[in-house]
Design a protein around this ligand. Structure first.
Ligand SMILES: [Zn+2]
Length: 688
C-alpha cells in the first residue's frame, strides 16, 4: 500500500521550482538590466531559470569562436542569489552564419521548397552538419557547467516539432523503411495496400515522403512517415545528449512538450508516448486561454486537467510546468489578461495534477521582435509594483509552503487510453465526418464525469500496464493492433471493466481494416459486433433510451448485431430504431461495455455512476461542493495534499468532513468554508 504513495523526485530538488525562461543574451549590453534581474528574482520569490534556449549566436558568434564569459556570470549571479539553472541546449534556433555556410541545415517543406534562414524550430533533423554542431556545442556546455553547483537540469532544445523532406531525410526515411520491412519491398507494398491506384513500388528509391504535390493518399505511407518523424526527432535528441550523458550522468534531462489548438489537445505531430521513454522528466508548456468567450472557466479547467493527467501518466511520476504565462500570451487570436486570482488558481491547478514547478515563459519581456508583448514576470516598466509581478510573487510565496508536496503522486483506479498513432490514422481516414472525428475531445467527454466528482484518473497509452486499474475506458480507438487487443483481453479476463465505443478496432497497426467483421477476440469479449457506422450531419440528432431516460445522440451511431451481450440501451429513431445502442457483456472475471453512439454528457454521468458505485470509486477525500469546484489530491505516505479550486465566477460553499490544515495560512479547518471567485485553498490532511 505504501509504495502507491511513494515520492518520486524527478529533479532531485526538494522544493517547488518557480521562475522560467530567462534570456540575458538579449540584454548583454545592459548590465544595469542584468543587475535588476537578480534583485527582481528575489522580490518575485523565484528560484529557477531556464537559460540559453535561443542563445547560440551569443555563445558562438562566429564559427569556432566561443563566448561563455557572459553565461559564466549569469550562472554565478543566479547561484549567488540562491537560485538554480535549467541549462538549455541552443538547437531550437541557429546563427545565420551556419545556415549560410551549411545550407543543408535548412529544412525542406512537404512541397519540396527549401526554406530560408529565419524563425526558429526549423532545422533538418537528419543533417550530419547540424548534428555535429549541436553535439559539439552541448559538449562545451557540459564541460563548462556540468559541475556548477547551480546546475539543476538539462532542457534539450525547445519544443521539438515539424519535419524535413530534404534529400538526406528521404534517404533516412528509406533506410528506416528497409529496416522496418526487413529489406523486403513486397512486405512494404502489402502493408501499404500497394495495388490500390497502381501504388506498387519496385525500387526503394521510388519512395518519397508524403507531399501535397505527390503522394498523400496511401495511408500506410502517411502513418509510417509520422512514425519516422517521431523516431528521427528522438534520434536527433539522442545525438544531442551523448556528451551530456557522458559528462553529467546525474543531471536529469527533459525537453518541453506542448499541446495543440485552442482546445489544448495533446500535441499531434510527435508520438510523446515514445519520446517519454527517452526523458528523465516530462515537462510541458501550458497556455490555456482563460476567460475566453467559447466555454466556461470550469470546462477549460477540466481540459487542462485531462492533458496534465496524460503527461503525468506518461512516466507515472510528477512532471514540470516548464512554460506558462503570468498574464497573456502573444499568439492567441485575442490575448486576454488573466483576471485577479486566476494566476494563482491556474498555477496551483498544475501543481494539483502533478507538477513540481510553476515556470514561465518569460522572465522579462523582450524589447523588440515578435515576443515583445508576450506576458512576462518583468514588464517593460522594469517594476516590481505592477499587478502581474505581485501575482507572481504571491505564487512564489505559496510554492515556498508546498515543499512537502514535491515528489508526491496521484494513484488512480481509473484510466482512459489515448493513442497518438490511432489519432493520426483516424484523422487520415477519408470517411466518417471530416469535421466531427474529434478523437482527443471525445476522451475529454469521458473524463468529465470523473473530474466533476473529483475521482482521480490516469490518461495512459497502449503500452502501459492495464492491471493497475479497475476501470479502463477506451473511446474511439480506431487503430488497434492484435497485440493491444490481446492485452485488453487479459485485462478483462483478470476482472477488469472495459468501456469501448463507436469507431473502435476498425484497422490494424498498418491502417489495414480487419477482415471478417470486427476482430474475433473483440467479438468474444463484447458478445456483439458493430456492423455499420452511421455518420450524421452535425445538425442531425438521434436518441437513445437507457434505463428510464432518453439521451441525445449526435455525429455517430453504430448498428450493433447482438450475440451474447445484453442490450442496455436502444436507439429511438431511424432504420435502426429499437436496436441496441449500448451493450454489456460478462467475459471471464471481467465485464465489457460498448457505447454505440456519441451521447450527451448526461448519459456519461448516469452510465459511469453505475460503474463508480459498483467499483466503489471515490474521491480521495470527501469535500462536498457545487459544479465548477474541483478537488484534486496529491498523496504522500503520511499526508494528503488537497487542492480545492473554484473555477467559477461566484462564491462557492464547500463542506469538509475531515480535519485539515491550510498549508498557506496554517489554520486548522473543518466543516463549512466559502471560496471566493477563483479562490484556491491548499489543505493538508494527516492519513489515519
Ligand atoms: Zn532534412
Amino acid at each position: 500500500m505504501m509504495t502507491k504513495y511513494r515520492k518520486t523526485y524527478t529533479t532531485k530538488a526538494n522544493f517547488m521550482l518557480h521562475g522560467g525562461d530567462y534570456n540575458p543574451d538579449q540584454w548583454l549590453d545592459r548590465p544595469d538590466i542584468l543587475a535588476d534581474d537578480i534583485k527582481l528574482m528575489k522580490l518575485a520569490h523565484t528560484n529557477t531559470f531556464s537559460i540559453g534556449i535561443f542563445a547560440w549566436a551569443a555563445l558562438e558568434p562566429e564559427e569556432g569562436v566561443y563566448k561563455f564569459e557572459w553565461l559564466d556570470e549569469i550562472f554565478n549571479n543566479i547561484h549567488g542569489m540562491g537560485g538554480r539553472v535549467i541549462l538549455a541546449t541552443p538547437s531550437g534556433a541557429r546563427p545565420a552564419w551556419m545556415s549560410q555556410k551549411y545550407p543543408e541545415v535548412l529544412r525542406v517543406n512537404a512541397a519540396r521548397v527549401k526554406q530560408l534562414h529565419g524563425g526558429r524550430h526549423n532545422h533538418c533533423f537528419t543533417s550530419e552538419v547540424y548534428r555535429e554542431k549541436t553535439q559539439k556545442m552541448n559538449r562545451l556546455l557540459a564541460e563548462r557547467y556540468g559541475n556548477h553547483p547551480a546546475l539543476l537540469m538539462w532542457h534539450i532544445s525547445n519544443e521539438y516539432g515539424g519535419e524535413c523532406h530534404c534529400e538526406n531525410c528521404q534517404h533516412a526515411f528509406r533506410s528506416w523503411l528497409k529496416e522496418k520491412y526487413n529489406n523486403d519491398l513486397k512486405s512494404l507494398n502489402d502493408a501499404w495496400w500497394g495495388p490500390f491506384w497502381s501504388h506498387t513500388y519496385n525500387e526503394w528509391s521510388q519512395i518519397e515522403s508524403p507531399s501535397p504535390i505527390g503522394e498523400n493518399m496511401v495511408h500506410g505511407l502517411n502513418l509510417d512517415w509520422r512514425r519516422f518523424v517521431t523516431d528521427q526527432t528522438i534520434s536527433f535528441f539522442e545525438n544531442e545528449i551523448v556528451p551530456i550523458k557522458e559528462l553529467t550522468p546525474n543531471i536529469p534531462i527533459t525537453t518541453n512538450f506542448m499541446a495543440d489548438t485552442h482546445e489544448l489537445i495533446p500535441f499531434q505531430a510527435l508520438d510523446y508516448s515514445k519520446f517519454a521513454k527517452h526523458l528523465d522528466v516530462i515537462s510541458w508548456d501550458a497556455y490555456p486561454a482563460w476567460h475566453n468567450n467559447w466555454e466556461s472557466t470550469a470546462d477549460l479547467a477540466m481540459r487542462v486537467g485531462f492533458i496534465d493527467d496524460l503527461y503525468r501518466s506518461l512516466k507515472q511520476q510528477p512532471f514540470l510546468l516548464m512554460e506558462s504565462t503570468p498574464s497573456a500570451v502573444n499568439w492567441h487570436n485575442v490575448n486576454k489578461a488573466k483576471r485577479p486570482g486566476m494566476h494563482l488558481l491556474a498555477s496551483m491547478q498544475m501543481v494539483a495534477h502533478g507538477s513540481d514547478s510553476v515556470l514561465y515563459f518569460q522572465w522579462r519581456k523582450s524589447r523588440g521582435s515578435s515576443e515583445k508583448f508576450h506576458g512576462a514576470v518583468v514588464d517593460h516598466d522594469n517594476s516590481s509594483e505592477n499587478r502581474v509581478f505581485k501575482d507572481v510573487a504571491q505564487v512564489g510565496q505559496t510554492l515556498e509552503k508546498l515543499s512537502d508536496v514535491v515528489g508526491t503522486n496521484r494513484p488512480s483506479d481509473v484510466a482512459i487510453l489515448y493513442d497518438w498513432e490511432s489519432n493520426w490514422a483516424l484523422n487520415d481516414a477519408q470517411g466518417f465526418g471530416l469535421e466531427t472525428k474529434r478523437y482527443p475531445q471525445t476522451l475529454v467527454d469521458h473524463y468529465r464525469t470523473f473530474w466533476e466528482q473529483d475521482i482521480p484518473v490516469d490518461v495512459i497509452t497502449k503500452e502501459q500496464d492495464f492491471s493497475n486499474y479497475k476501470l479502463l475506458i477506451v473511446p474511439m480507438l480506431y487503430l488497434v493492433s492484435e497485440e493491444t487487443i490481446a492485452r485488453l483481453k487479459t485485462f478483462v479476463a483478470g476482472g477488469g471493466r472495459l468501456v469501448m465505443t463507436y469507431i473502435t478496432g476498425l484497422v490494424n497497426e498498418q491502417d489495414l481494416t480487419y477482415l471478417g467483421g470486427w476482430h474475433k477476440d473483440l467479438q468474444e469479449m463484447f458478445g456483439m459486433k458493430p456492423v455499420e457506422t452511421d455518420t450524421l450531419y452535425p445538425s442531425d440528432r438521434n436518441y437513445v433510451s437507457y434505463r428510464s431516460k432518453v439521451y441525445e445522440l449526435k455525429d455517430y451511431a453504430t448498428v450493433i448485431e447482438l450475440d451474447t451481450a445484453n442490450a442496455e440501451g436502444q436507439y429511438k429513431i431511424d432504420f435502426y430504431a429499437e436496436t441496441p445502442a449500448v451493450t454489456s457483456h460478462e467475459y471471464e472475471k471481467g465485464k465489457t461495455y460498448y457505447i454505440g453512439g456519441r451521447l450527451e454528457d448526461e448519459f456519461h454521468r448516469d452510465f459511469y455512476k453505475e460503474l463508480i458505485d459498483e467499483l466503489a470509486l471515490k474521491p480521495v477525500v470527501s469535500i462536498k461542493h457545487e459544479k465548477g469546484v474541483s478537488v484534486q489530491v496529491r498523496q504522500a505516505p503520511e499526508h494528503d495534499y488537497i487542492f480545492v479550486m473554484n473555477f467559477t465566477e461566484k462564491k462557492q460553499p464547500i463542506v469538509m468532513e475531515d480535519q485539515v490544515t491550510d498549508l498557506v495560512t496554517g489554520e486548522a479547518l473543518t466543516g463549512e468554508l466559502t471560496l471566493e471567485k477563483y479562490e484556491v485553498r491548499i489543505l493538508e490532511k494527516a492519513k489515519k
